[in-house]
Write a protein that binds this ligand. Structure first.
Ligand SMILES: [Zn+2]
Length: 425
């Protein structure tokens, strides 16, 4: 088997090439490699492939040619055309590696190198800064990412051996028939899935905290066209609003005023609207849903330290001293959710949270401490502890615009979603 790794700032992509015999694998690998050959060694006749290449029209043409010729051997090869035509931008630089083991540190450096091509001095300085920041984090944390390109499901593949990570039950007491999406499918998640989430937990989270969390995303789901199981949603009805997208992509928002409200000045009204989703729930469920997502991607060893968290997610115990949540409206919208997971290394300093995650959903980024680890020396509910954590994560705190809020409330109420309009001049 040969493994092609394409790294680029728009998107990275891996392709495995096999054949029924070793010889066939070599031939197939040569075919796939052929559009990327940059020169031939005059003496030996060996093909040479440059690591850094550009997605030019000529390259796309060579890729199209090869894919047409060999797609019958391996249908997955079609992904290659999509990658260069749709996922990379025209003329974007990418990095190609074949059968080399790349460490996360290498990938960081390659991405930075790619950004530097064509960058001016100021940008180059910024990029070098980013590498340093990541280096500092990696001294304390192992970093894992889950998203559109997460191939394998998380957790035990064999159904007979599965123990649900949320309720600790196994077959035959519970079943594992349904595919458990770690993050709700309606938020665009297709590829992050957890094997060891039983059907009962799947149903119960899906009906409660995940549904509550989802109700805050009516507007972005519609505006940015996030696909769910049934396709693109076109209408949502909240407590005081309806929002609809017609076939031409025009949005219609209906707003029902409460009796106590006076008709606002039209200018003001167009700037800010408070929408109330149809569900009422404790605000803590927002934190719970985010933690349910993080809990779903933990490995077996890490999860052992989060027994109290598990019980809290299940409703077996109540917690009121949780850390703040950091939230940021990201200029870059993601159609598929993404989790960056930070797990503290065994021998690293202990005054930072054991597990932290950044969760990207549509137009929002959340940075969340997974609370209640046995490996934590404090709850991070206190401002000074939280500040120590936030000050360490330069990868986030260097960006202005984060909003912080406690989500501890247990009393059920209607949340409000503020949308701001600006005139398109
Ligand atoms: Zn379960």
């Amino acid at each position: 088997m040969s493994r092609f790794i394409f790294i680029a700032n728009s998107k990275s992509f891996e392709l495995e090439i096999t054949g029924s015999t070793e010889e066939e694998t070599t031939v197939n690998t040569y075919w796939v490699l052929s559009p990327f050959v940059t020169s031939m060694n005059q003496e030996t006749g060996a093909a040479q492939v440059a690591y850094y290449q550009q997605n030019t029209e000529e390259l796309r043409e060579r890729v199209r040619d090869i894919v047409t010729q060999i797609k019958h051997l391996n249908p997955r090869i079609n992904r290659l055309t999509d990658y260069f035509e749709k996922e990379l931008t025209p003329n974007e630089w990418f990095f190609l590696s074949v059968d080399e083991a790349l460490h996360p540190e290498d990938t960081d450096k390659i991405l930075a190198e790619l950004m530097k091509i064509g960058a001016d001095e100021k940008m180059e300085k910024q990029i070098n800064g980013t590498i340093e920041i990541l280096h500092k984090i990696r001294e304390v944390y192992d970093i894992y990412t889950f998203g559109e390109y997460t191939k394998a499901c998380i957790g035990e593949p064999d159904k007979n051996k599965r123990v649900c990570r949320y309720c600790h039950r196994s077959m035959p007491e519970v079943s594992f028939k349904k595919t458990a999406h770690t993050i709700s499918e309606a938020l665009g998640n297709k590829h992050i899935k957890t094997n060891d989430e039983c059907d009962e937990c799947n149903q119960s989270f899906g009906d409660t905290i995940e549904q509550d969390f989802l109700s805050l995303f009516d507007v972005p789901r519609l505006i940015f066209g996030i696909k769910n199981k049934e396709g693109y949603p076109h209408k949502f009805i909240g407590d005081n609003y309806s929002i609809e997208k017609d076939a031409n992509g025009n949005l219609k928002i209906g707003y029902r005023m409460k009796d106590s409200e006076t008709i606002p000045q039209i200018d003001n009204f167009l700037q800010k609207v408070m929408l109330t989703p149809h569900r009422s729930f404790p605000e803590q469920n927002i934190y719970k849903a985010l933690c349910k997502y993080i809990f779903g991607v933990l490995d077996n060893n890490t999860i052992l330290n989060f027994e109290r968290t598990r019980k809290w997610l299940n409703g077996e115990n109540k917690e009121v001293a949780l850390p703040q949540i950091a939230r940021f409206y990201h200029p870059e919208v993601v159609a598929h959710p993404h989790i960056t997971l930070y797990v503290r290394k065994k021998d690293a300093r202990r005054d930072l949270p054991h597990v932290v995650a950044e969760i990207r959903i549509i137009n929002l980024a959340f940075v969340v401490i997974l609370p209640l680890s046995e490996q934590d020396i404090c709850t991070y509910n206190e401002v000074q502890d939280y500040q120590r954590f936030w000050d360490f994560f330069d990868v986030y705190n260097k960006v202005a615009g984060w909003q912080f809020s406690y989500c501890n409330g247990l009393e059920s109420k209607h949340p409000t979603v503020l949308i701001k309009f600006t005139e398109n001049k």
